[in-house]
Design a protein around this ligand. Structure first.
Ligand code: ADP
Ligand code: ADP
Ligand code: MG
Length: 460
């Protein structure tokens, strides 16, 4: 096992990795930007090292500085968390070249899954259903138009190198395809340095269902069930749960088996997630594989009792999975709410600032992942997510009730947050009956925001 790991990330995920390392008897080195000098990972890591100024490009994304820090501080491995360099094949390759273990799959694997079009072709070849669409990269907008006519509008044009919801455009009919193609291409070229595009039929009102995979270097591949992440705003997930209420037992079995087939097709090694969209008829289609730990991994941990970061580290160290598929037992229902420093009434404008008062919920089945403390500063330089609240209860309605109480108790003063917005979602009748697809928030955000404002007015 590793003696020392460099944590190349910040915020809640840096704390999550740090705690896990401490439990495993592994020393940690927290890499931090000048902006993050006063944050908790710096306090609690065995050692810490400043890697540059606030902008991520000059610190958390600076590959050379991170590698130099890992060497100078005698780290045998680097944990990239999520975001930043976690899906950067070049960085994983640099780690390999320098004899440092990148905690994740190999650079070759990241590259082949990061090319979403190629991943799609591979899945098709191995009998994993993909969304009807183009074969290979589209030459130009005319080829996009021909393909769209063949599969039927509406369609979604996607960047093959895309991620984080960027480089995607919807075309509802033939008059929109040229514009969709050209603007997706421009965005992809600017954001990913690669303008390659492919096209999929737009599945109307789908659920986003994803399957957690663990695979070791000895040929063992298991799944840890699914998550429903349909509660999305502009392709950013807001609330996630496991199991997915929408799946019948037969559909669940099928989608889990398809995910295993996908992981086997690419000989996957590490923790990973296979993402699907599920249509109204219950058919599911592979959309992509994420080769990293995900923000929403705790919901899976709560229903399985498996520590995913621990397994990810053990696998990177070359160890065999300590348990088999038949050892994994699923119990109860888990929900995660992402708490962001943002103002829902002002189009979710990020609201950095100083936390003047802070109280986190607690209790049976309530878990908090955060690096926030009273007096801490929420930086404008990074993602606005400040905490994740996760609850676990025997059933879905009990979990919802637990989450409501947790959010009532949670108090953050000094900055705006989406706590009330999440609380109101938890009272929406469509959500209660599990009737939420990826279009839910687009349709209901205004009403939910108004609902909050009216109830406040009623009080004053
Ligand atoms: P998850 O499925 O783990 O929730 P998200 O899409 O929310 O994944 O991404 C997790 C984090 O990584 C977010 O902070 C997001 O902004 C960031 N992220 C994801 N993809 C990219 C990308 N290609 N470039 C930059 N940041 C990204
Ligand atoms: P990213 O790499 O940015 O995460 P994805 O391909 O995973 O991109 O798509 C992001 C989100 O867009 C999905 O979670 C889903 O909600 C929606 N989406 C993607 N493809 C389709 C599709 N073919 N039909 C309908 N919705 C889709
Ligand atoms: Mg995705």
């Amino acid at each position: 096992m590793f003696r020392r790991i460099l944590i190349a990330n910040r915020g809640e995920i840096a704390m999550r990795i740090l705690r896990c390392c401490q439990e495993m008897g592994i020393e940690t080195v927290a890499a931090y930007s000048e902006e993050d000098a006063d944050t908790l990972p710096v306090q609690f890591a065995t050692e810490s090292v400043c890697i540059g100024p606030a902008p991520a490009a000059k610190s958390y994304l600076d590959q050379n500085v991170l590698l130099a820090a890992a060497k100078a501080y005698h780290c045998e491995a680097i944990h990239p968390g999520y975001g930043f360099l976690s899906e950067n094949a070049d960085f994983a390759g640099q780690c390999e070249k320098n004899g440092i273990v990148f905690i994740g799959p190999s650079s070759g694997m990241i590259r082949s899954m990061g090319d979403k079009q190629r991943a799609r072709e591979l899945m098709k070849k191995h009998g994993v259903p993909v969304v009807p669409g183009s074969d290979g990269i589209l030459k130009d907008w005319r080829e996009a138009a021909e393909t769209a006519t063949r599969v039927g509008y509406p369609v979604i044009v996607k960047a093959s190198a895309g991620g984080g919801g960027r480089g995607m455009r919807i075309a509802c009919d033939a008059s929109e395809i040229r514009n969709a193609f050209e603007s997706a291409q421009a965005e992809a070229a600017a954001a990913f340095g690669n303008g390659d595009l492919y096209l999929e039929k737009l599945i109307p009102h789908p659920h986003h269902i994803e399957v957690q995979i663990l695979a070791d270097a000895h040929g063992h591949i298991i799944h840890l069930g699914e998550r429903d992440c349909s509660m999305q705003r502009r392709n950013q997930k807001l609330l996630e749960e496991s199991p997915a209420r929408v799946l019948s037992a037969k559909q669940r079995e099928g989608i889990l088996r398809a995910a295993l087939r996908a992981a086997k097709a690419c000989r996957y090694v590490s923790a990973g997630t296979v993402e699907f969209v599920l249509d109204r008829e219950g058919r599911y289609y592979f959309i992509e594989m994420n080769t990293r730990i995900q923000v929403e991994h705790p919901v899976t941990e709560m229903v399985t009792g498996v520590d995913l970061i621990r397994e990810q580290i053990r696998i990177a160290a070359g160890l065999e999975l300590g348990f088999k598929q038949s050892d994994v037992h699923f119990s109860g229902h888990a929900i995660e709410c992402r708490i962001n420093a943002e103002n829902p009434a002002q189009d979710f404008r990020p609201c950095p600032g100083t936390v003047s008062f802070l109280h986190f919920p607690a209790g049976c089945g309530v878990r908090v992942e955060s690096a926030l403390y009273p007096g801490s500063r929420v930086s404008p330089y990074y993602d606005s997510m400040i905490a994740k609240i996760i609850v676990h209860a025997p059933g879905r309605l009990e979990a919802i009730r637990k989450m409501r109480v947790a959010l009532e108790e949670m108090t953050v003063k000094g900055i705006d947050t989406n706590i009330e917005f999440q609380y109101l979602i938890l009272h929406n009748t469509d959500f209660l009956v599990g009737n939420v697809d990826t279009g839910f928030l687009e349709k209901n955000t205004d009403a939910i925001v108004r609902w909050g404002e009216e109830s406040r007015r009623g009080r004053s």
